[in-house]
Ligand binder design. Structure first.
Ligand SMILES: Nc1ncnc2c1ncn2[C@@H]1O[C@H](COP(=O)(O)OP(=O)(O)OP(=O)(O)O)[C@@H](O)[C@H]1O
Length: 855
């Protein structure tokens, strides 16, 4: 298949077919946010279409006394808060729509340096500007309708060729090999640049004007630096700016301006387009100036070219008809900012750049001014497009057809006032320039509209049938689409070119007759085929009807059965719902009870906690009290001990004095004979007391007893225990020897330790005597004899009725009559419980009493 070369249709056309309707240049104004809150503003938005500029007192106008508030009106004024998306939807989206419809568009970003032109055009990864969003929307819209890569090829003369499938495939293979060789371990394209990787794409999608077309996108990126054009996408060894090749502007066959030899990159996705853009961006001249850290030092032009061509009759491959291809272009121009050298303080290269920037902007301004004048006054002044490369490149847009828009960026701060007013004046004036409205593009070759979609639907249906197991061979009906070719050509035979028109008309009619007879034959064939099909279908129909009657009967039976089942089901469902209700009620009760239980458990655990708290509080209190009491008792004990010691000390003192007195009173010879003194004190029931002494009395002893009562017959000496009857003697096993005459005299006696049987007590025993020995408080030995009568009890035991106690006390005038041994033994005896010993004796236990074991 031979490649076909075609031209862009909507470019400059002869004046007779040129559109008579015109549209003004669309101008929008965008205010950027102030960097510092303290900055003074000189601009106020008074309505969505107007802005008021107030001269600050620092401005030149103010100083010259010509300052006054000026209101500028635009298509729309965006305040600082308006985001990138809204700007794109108002300014960029109509241009993308025109691009898809085959119309050219041009968008300038114009303004003072640092006013946000680059930000508005390109934006950042998270808030893309007009350029990335335009690419997103374009690819979202043509996504399913893109041609295979290299189907269209730039012809280097501002046009495109349609390549054969084989050539396109070859080029694709070559590209693949190139890529494999240059980047064997290539990372996915999407990740190659972080700005591409993390960007937020715009998801807007536009309706395609023609779904039977196939589309391809090409991008170019050039900069105009110091009035020279450079290709930013050119692959070159030298990245140093001055060695880059300067490109020249040329006119194509249709008098359209283009950059000769510019690199046109075919892109299949927004990411591929951004990759090309960022590649060019790295080469773009930017510099750090006083007013902007990344100030553009050149005008950059990013162009998106959309090539579209209709598909053939079958909606399968690109139609090779001549003139069928449409090329539209959207140029996004980020102009360098106008700047005053006294503010930027530029010098050297920066100063030269600024001069060139200002010159080209001035040139743009004067071109538009003259255009406006020509349009308003009908004058025919020459527009100086050739004064600068910028105006020369866009000549066709300004005096040809297309849509021209401008977004004026402004920094509202007072310092920019002088430059801003110039920009505003120019922008407002630009709106008066009229641009011819493009003629709508026709892509009609007389093919059936929607053929691609129809084929797709047919293929999907066939695939589905095959999946369902329908294996009959279904031919894909992508045959002749019934059409008698395109519309009649011009039939104006009265003009000078009447002959030519007649010849063309004849050829057209012959072609049409041929087509008609071809279609007629085809129609007859199809009618035959259709009739045969119809007969077959009719037969099938009869069979189907019979089957249908049988099935209808079955169906009725089934229906009846179903009705019965439905009735049953209804009653079961009712029962079920009753049970369900009861079940729910019970569940509700259970949940209430569980709730109550939980509440009670909680209360219980709370009270347990409270109890524990009280207990621990009381324990603490008790411990405190105990400590307090023990402290008091200890104190008291200490005090008592002290008192006791004092008393002992006093007694000792007394004794010492007595001894002393005795020593002085008694001569040494008689001291030994009177060293032992025994007093017998007998206590009777009557409580009267009488003392008698068996020893010769010392004068002092006699004198002490002189006031006592006369002899009490009941009080007798110990020896008087003698008498009738047998005594049960209950004395310590090893009694302390008394060494006195006062001894109990029991002629008949039986020791309590010898008892083996209770009857031994009652048998012949009449009297009982319990002897105890202990120390008194002075440490002297004190012997007591408890005497009583043994009386048998009714249970067969015995009891003692005590009738007399004899107390035998031994004291020494020197205080040491009783030896240490005696004292010690007596002391040991003092621990003996008298009552226990009495009990042992009286009850007459056969065993040896426990107490006697201790003695
Ligand atoms: N609307 C905006 N919102 C947030 N930041 C902005 C806005 N406009 C501009 N900026 C910021 O201001 C700075 C300067 O903006 P930008 O580079 O776009 O200015 P410019 O007009 O292109 O300057 P020059 O003409 O010197 O190239 C940038 O850091 C940019 O991010």
């Amino acid at each position: 298949m031979k490649p076909v070369r075609t031209r862009n249709l909507p470019k400059k056309t002869p004046s007779k077919t040129k559109s008579s309707s015109k549209d003004p240049v669309q101008v929008f104004c965008r205010l950027r946010p102030m960097q510092n809150e303290s900055d003074q503003a000189c601009m106020t938005i008074i309505c969505p279409r107007s802005i008021q500029v107030t001269p600050p007192d620092t401005s030149a106008n103010y100083r010259a006394g010509s300052a006054k508030d000026v209101i500028y009106s635009f298509q729309r004024v965006f305040d600082e808060a308006v985001g990138q998306k809204e700007i794109f939807e108002t300014v960029g989206l109509p241009l993308v729509k025109s691009l898809l419809e085959g119309r050219n568009g041009l968008l300038f970003a114009y303004g003072v340096t640092g006013s946000g032109k680059t930000y508005t055009m390109n934006g950042g990864p998270q808030d893309g500007g007009i350029m990335p969003r335009s690419l997103d929307v374009l690819f979202n819209s043509i996504h399913n309708y893109q041609a295979k890569k290299y189907t269209f090829k730039a012809d280097k003369m501002n046009g495109f060729e349609i390549q054969s499938d084989v050539d396109a495939l070859k080029e694709r293979q070559q590209e693949l090999i190139r890529n494999l060789e240059s980047r064997p371990t290539r990372t996915p394209r999407k990740n190659s640049d972080p700005e591409i990787f993390c960007r937020q794409p715009d998801t807007t999608q536009l309706d395609l004007p023609c779904e039977d077309n196939t589309y391809a996108v090409f991008v170019t990126y050039v900069e105009i630096y110091n009035n020279s054009v450079f290709d930013l996408l050119e692959e070159s060894q030298d990245s140093v700016s001055q060695y880059r090749q300067v490109k020249i502007l040329r006119e194509d066959a249709l008098k359209n301006m283009y950059v000769h030899g510019v690199t046109e990159v075919e892109v299949k996705s927004p990411e591929e387009a951004f990759e090309a853009f960022y590649k060019g961006q790295k080469k773009k001249r930017v510099a750090n100036t006083m007013l902007n850290a990344e100030s553009s030092r050149s005008h950059s032009v990013f162009s998106i070219r959309l090539v579209q061509a209709p598909l053939d009759y079958h909606g399968e491959t690109v139609a090779q008809e001549k003139g069928g291809m449409v090329i539209s272009q959207l140029s996004l121009v980020d102009l360098a900012g106008c700047e005053r050298t006294n503010r930027t303080k530029n010098s050297g290269q920066r100063l030269r750049e600024a001069g060139n920037i200002n010159n080209s902007l001035m040139s743009l301004r004067s071109c538009l001014e003259i255009l406006r004048e020509n349009q308003l006054t009908g004058a025919n002044k020459m527009v100086p497009y050739r004064d600068s490369k910028l105006t020369h490149l866009f000549k066709n847009y300004l005096d040809g057809e297309g849509e021209v828009s401008m977004i004026v960026c402004a920094n509202p701060r007072a310092e920019d006032y002088d430059e801003t007013t110039q920009v505003m004046k120019f922008a407002e004036m630009s709106q008066e320039v009229q641009i011819a409205r493009p003629v709508p593009v026709r892509l009609d070759f007389g093919f059936t509209p929607g053929r691609r979609k129809a084929n797709q639907v047919f293929r999907t249906a066939v695939k589905q049938l095959e999946e369902e197991g329908f294996n009959e061979n279904i031919p894909i009906d992508v045959d002749i689409v019934y059409s008698l070719s395109s519309e009649f050509p011009s039939m104006d035979i009265l003009g000078p070119e009447g002959g030519k028109v007649l010849t063309e008309l004849k050829a057209f009619l012959q072609e049409r007759i041929k087509q008609r007879s071809l279609l007629g034959k085809d129609l007859l064939l199809k009618q035959e085929h259709f009739r045969a099909l119809l007969a077959k279908v009719e037969q099938e129909n009869i069979l189907v009807k019979q089957e249908s009657i049988t099935q209808q009967a079955q169906l009725d039976q089934e229906r009846n059965r179903m009705r019965n089942l439905t009735v049953k089901l209804g009653s079961v469902e009712r029962q079920n719902s009753t049970l369900q209700r009861r079940f729910e009620e019970q569940e509700h009760k259970i949940s209430i009870l569980q709730q109550e239980k939980a509440d009670l458990e909680m209360a219980l655990s709370q009270s347990a906690i409270d109890k524990q708290k009280v207990k621990s509080r009381y324990n603490a209190k008790v411990a405190m009290e105990t400590e307090k009491i023990s402290h008091v008792l200890e104190k008291k004990l200490e005090k008592d001990r002290q008192q006791l010691q004092n008393a002992i000390r006093a007694k000792d003192e007394k004794l010492r004095r007595v001894r002393h007195a005795l020593k002085e009173d008694i001569p040494p010879s008689s001291a030994s004979s009177t060293s032992s003194l025994a007093n017998v004190t007998s206590k009777s029931d009557g409580g009267t007391t009488q003392s008698s002494s068996a020893l010769p009395k010392t004068p002092s002893a006699d004198s002490r007893r002189m006031g006592l009562a006369l002899r009490n017959p009941r009080h007798r000496r110990s020896r008087s225990v003698e008498g009738t009857g047998k005594w049960l003697d209950h004395c310590p096993a090893t009694p302390v020897p008394l060494s006195t005459v006062f001894q109990p005299n029991m002629k008949k006696r039986k020791s309590v330790t010898k008892l083996t049987d209770v009857k031994d007590i009652t048998k012949g025993t009449e009297r009982y005597c319990l002897t105890t020995q202990e120390q008194d408080t002075d440490g002297e030995l004190e012997t007591r004899l408890y005497k009583g009568d043994v009386v048998p009890t009714c249970s067969g035991g015995a009891q003692v009725i005590f009738s007399d106690v004899e107390l035998l006390k031994q004291s020494s005038p020197t205080g040491n009559a009783a030896g240490p041994t005696t004292r010690k033994r007596s002391a040991r005896m003092s621990g003996v419980d008298v009552a226990e010993r009495c009990l042992t004796a009286v009850e007459g236990h056969g065993k040896r009493p426990h107490i006697s074991g201790k003695h």
